[in-house]
Every structure is written in C-alpha cells, then in structure tokens.
Ligand binder design. Structure first.
Ligand code: SAM
Length: 208
C-alpha cells in the first residue's frame, strides 16, 4: 500500500513514508474489516462514520509538514488512525489533541491508540467546530470532516505561521484547503476535490 502511494506521488517525504509504514491500520478497525485494512479505501467504523482512505491521510500529512515537537489539533478522531500517523510525525515531544463528537467512537479510538502504543494523543469528546481553546494555540490543525466554511474559532486557535488543512464545501463534496495564517493575513490554497463526512456542530453543518 505504501509503495503504491509513493509510486503515485502521494507520499513524497521519507518522514510520511516511515509513519505510514509504522502505524498498524488494522488495529483501528473492527476484526471483520481487517482483511481490507491495507487497501486504499475508506472503511466503516460505526455511527455512520469512516476511517479515511490511506491516500487522504498521507496527503493531509504531507501538506501539514509536521515536525518533531508540533502541537496539533485534529477535528474528527473517528478511528484514531490519522491521529496515530500524526503522532509518529510529531514524536514524543509533540502532542495530538483530537476531538470527536461521538462518545462511542472516542472510546474505541482511545483503546486502539493505547494498544498501538500512542501515549502522546489526547482524545476529547466535544464539538470540534468551535475548536479547543483550552490548549490553543496549535502549530497545526487537521480537520477530517467537511465544513461549510472555515470555522473562525479554528483560525483564532491557529498559531501565527501555523497551517490548517480542512475540507470546505457542500455536504456532497468539498475542496481540500490548505490555510496558512500569517499575522492578519490568511493564505488559502486549493488542494483538490474531496468527499468527507460532514462536520456537524455549532460552526459546522446542522444535524439532519
Ligand atoms: N480521522 C479519522 C480516522 O483517522 O479514522 C476519520 C474521521 S471521519 C472521516 C470524520 C469524523 O469527524 C467522524 O468520526 C465524525 O463523527 C467526526 N465529526 C463530525 N463532526 C464533528 C465535530 N463537530 N466535532 C468532532 N468530531 C466531529
């Protein structure tokens, strides 16, 4: 799987390659799904949610340019797999704070992250559309659910010079945006079309 992502140019850096090789994706899905763990596809994880496809995890990690010691906020813990990949990249001096609105998914993710040995990840059950001011500012923010627009609280909680990757658009499809905060300026780059489950919350979509 990793060799294929490298051949497709999705994995570009040795750091992301090493992290993707190291994290056991099968530990983040249910036993009946395990034969599919190393296919490049999203998989159901319960509550109508999915673990993102590995190419999306790699693409987001590459565009975040994570380094040792970074403090990262993730919105949408899901299975915990993306948090684990980022935890590899920020090392033991870095931290991942990841927010999930479904308590049952957060509990499962906590268990998987513990089983896989990631102690530098904190899982919190809360509405990530308003971020997590308690630990702000963040060097990086990774949003793994589709927002109608970039939530202002997330921009406020991003460190000056920090980077956020976020899918923005309608419920059916979004553009993956790379947002860089430089003083009062916000630079936005469109990385292409994507389809994510919705960010549901105060600054996101309304629950249906
Ligand atoms: N990063 C995940 C992984 O590695 O498995 C994939 C995340 S899944 C595509 C998106 C997740 O965002 C779902 O688990 C969903 O419940 C969560 N979500 C949606 N709206 C949210 C919100 N306002 N706050 C926190 N989590 C939210």
């Amino acid at each position: 799987m990793v060799a294929q992502l490298k051949a497709r140019g999705i994995i570009a850096s040795p750091e992301v390659e090493k992290a993707m090789l190291k994290v056991p994706r099968h530990l983040f899905i249910s036993e009946d799904m395990r034969p599919l763990a190393y296919r490049d596809a999203p998989l159901a994880i319960g509550e109508g949610q999915t673990i993102s496809a590995p190419h999306m995890v790699a693409m987001m990690a590459e565009s975040l340019a994570l380094i040792n010691g970074h403090k990262v906020l993730e919105i949408g813990t899901g299975s915990g797999y993306n948090a684990a990949v980022m935890a590899e990249l920020v090392g033991s001096e870095g931290r991942i704070i990841t927010l999930e609105r479904h308590g049952s998914l957060a509990e499962k993710a906590k268990r998987s992250l513990h089983e896989a040995g990631y102690e530098n990840v904190t899982v919190v059950v809360s509405d990530g559309s308003i971020g997590y001011a308690l630990e702000a500012p963040y060097d990086r923010i990774s949003v793994t659910c589709g927002a109608p627009r970039v939530p202002m609280p997330l921009l406020d909680q991003l460190q000056d010079g920090g980077v956020m990757v976020i899918p923005v658009g309608v419920l059916e499809h979004q553009s993956l945006l790379r947002v860089v905060k430089k003083g009062e300026e916000v630079l936005t780059e469109d990385l292409g079309s994507v389809v994510f489950v919705p960010l549901i919350g105060e600054k996101g979509h309304r629950p249906s």
